[in-house]
Ligand binder design. Structure first.
Ligand code: C2O
Ligand code: CU
Ligand code: CU
Length: 424
């Protein structure tokens, strides 16, 4: 363990679960492996901290000769990896070239709510939104994605998502692999439905209930992805990922398999390996003191019986939090800026990846007992069904706009499993 290999920022973005099945295309023949696509890098410092994103429609050949209509930032599908530095203020100009409204949310970024665009700051067709983001948090692998109310699932499904990396001096001092696209790789996992080689958008009641599910796991938009790299064999690694979760993984050098045993990213070791590379150390972090919590709130992520009779997105399937579907004009909770609270979240019928904007949290307990391995660390997204207690500190103001909390199965969110809080 600890040999130099790859640093991977991985994000499972979007809708359905990572359920994968063998990949078949057209005639029923297995598809040739394709080399992993690597999103372009926009290094904010190299651009004087002024970055541009154009939201655009495109056509993408996931399979040769089969062009699917898609959406992307600065391209036809997905977006560039944006790298920002702690301590900098980064202006991002987002121009919407679509025929429909969109928004861009910086998932995991700690910034005031009006900059952390949820559904409230619409970017109308042909207009530009220019937030100036103060980057003040430690190194982290975040992402950005569309967040327009009611259409988030569909827009993200079509490709409106990208990786956002926060780096800092502390991370640089670790000497981890850092050559973007070579030994420092972004990986975006997405479960998508293909018919006859074309990506199609699943609709209907089941997509609302379960989230959109597919038959193909894309990695950076690549089906059946392969990657040649100078690698070491890593120890057994098991990284459970869920929708809306980003992770920074070091030393991952094995084939990556999906929910079943299907390999979704195949590594082909090449070149020089360096068995003498030094053991790494990672940064330490400070835990929030649980005794500082001043208040306790409970949230139940609900899947109402309406779903059994619903007709799909647009006709509600009865998704709620604490019995109420999301309303843009209603502030559900008011918290005091600087306070620490305990939020207990539970979910009905299935596991839900609960996510909130503008905060990071730690899992205090799961099902009234100890947290499990996958709860460890600082998180903005936590899988819940059984009650999970989260320790949350509110450090970012939500005065000019509220922050959202929601299920990151985007179809649940779009159907109402979302609430919003403001700070006082
Ligand atoms: Cu990644 Cu409110 O979402
Ligand atoms: Cu978010
Ligand atoms: Cu959910």
């Amino acid at each position: 363990f600890g040999r130099r290999s790859l640093l991977i920022g991985a994000a499972a973005i979007g809708a359905g679960a990572l359920v994968t099945r063998p990949l078949w295309y057209a005639s029923g023949a297995a598809v040739e492996p394709q080399s992993l696509r690597i999103p372009a890098l926009l290094d904010a410092r190299a651009l004087a901290n002024s970055v541009s994103l154009e939201v655009q429609a495109g056509n993408t050949e996931f399979f040769p000769g089969r062009a699917s209509p898609t959406l992307g930032y600065n391209g036809g599908h997905l977006g560039p990896t944006i790298r920002v530095n702690r301590g900098d203020d980064v202006e991002i100009a987002v121009t919407n070239r679509l025929a429909e409204d969109t928004t861009v949310h910086w998932h995991g970024l700690l910034a005031p709510a009006e900059l952390d665009d949820g559904p409230h700051q619409l970017i109308k067709s042909s207009s530009t939104w220019r937030p100036r983001l103060p980057v003040r948090q430690p190194a982290a692998t975040l992402f950005y994605h569309a967040h327009v109310h009611g259409r988030t699932g569909a827009q993200v499904y079509s490709g409106l998502a990208g990786v956002l990396i926060v780096t800092d001096n502390e991370e640089r001092a670790l000497g981890l692999p850092s050559e973007y696209g070579v030994d420092d790789l972004p990986l975006v996992f997405q479960d998508r439905l293909f018919e006859d080689g074309l990506m199609v958008l699943p609709e209907g009641m089941m997509t609302v209930m379960q989230g959109r599910r597919g038959n193909t796991t894309l990695v950076n938009g690549t089906p059946n992805a392969g990657l040649s790299a100078a690698l070491q064999t890593a120890p057994d690694t098991n990284l459970p990922m869920m929708m809306g979760q980003g992770s920074r993984v070091w030393n991952l050098a094995r084939n990556i398999t999906g929910g079943g045993d299907e390999v979704v990213l195949r590594f082909e070791p090449t070149g020089q390996q360096d068995p003498a590379a030094p053991l790494g150390r990672l940064v330490s972090r400070q835990s929030v003191n649980a005794y500082q919590a001043t208040k306790r709130r409970q949230f139940v992520l609900g899947m109402g019986m309406g779903g059994m009779m619903g007709g799909g997105i647009g006709s509600s399937a009865g998704m709620t939090i604490n019995g109420r579907p999301f309303e843009m004009g209603r502030i559900d909770e008011r918290v005091a800026l600087g306070d620490t609270e305990i939020w207990e979240i539970s979910g009905e019928m299935m596991s839900h990846p609960f996510h909130f904007h503008g905060v990071q949290s730690e899992v205090l307990s799961r099902n009234r007992g100890k947290p499990i391995a996958r709860d460890a660390g600082i998180r903005d997204t936590v899988l819940v069904r059984e009650p999970v207690e989260l320790l949350v500190r509110f450090t970012q103001p939500a005065v000019r706009a509220p922050f959202m909390y929601h299920c990151h199965i985007l179809e649940h969110k779009d159907d109402g499993m979302m609430g919003q809080f403001a700070t006082t």
